[in-house]
Design a protein around this ligand. Structure first.
Ligand code: ZN
Length: 70
C-alpha cells in the first residue's frame, strides 16, 4: 500500500487496520480512503461543511490515540 499523506497539512497518515482509516497526527484528520478522496473535492467546494466535519474527526482522533497508548 502506498504511503498516504494528509491533504490538509501534508503530514504522514497513520493507517489503522482495525477500522481501515487514516489518521493524521498533524491536524486530527481521520478518514477512510474513500473519504480522503471526497475531502479533496470538499476542500474546493464546501469549506464550511468540511471544517465542521473535521472538528468531529479531531475529537474522535483524541480518543483513538489515547486508547492506543494503553
Ligand atoms: Zn493533517
Amino acid at each position: 500500500m502506498p504511503e498516504q499523506s494528509c491533504p490538509e497539512c501534508g503530514a504522514a497518515f497513520f493507517y489503522d487496520s482495525a477500522t481501515k482509516r487514516y489518521a493524521c497526527k498533524g491536524c486530527g484528520l481521520y478518514v477512510t480512503k474513500d473519504e480522503l478522496m471526497n475531502i479533496k473535492d470538499r476542500q474546493r467546494a464546501g469549506p464550511d461543511e468540511y471544517r465542521k466535519r473535521k472538528q468531529q474527526q479531531s475529537e474522535y482522533l483524541e480518543w483513538w490515540l489515547s486508547a492506543k497508548e494503553k
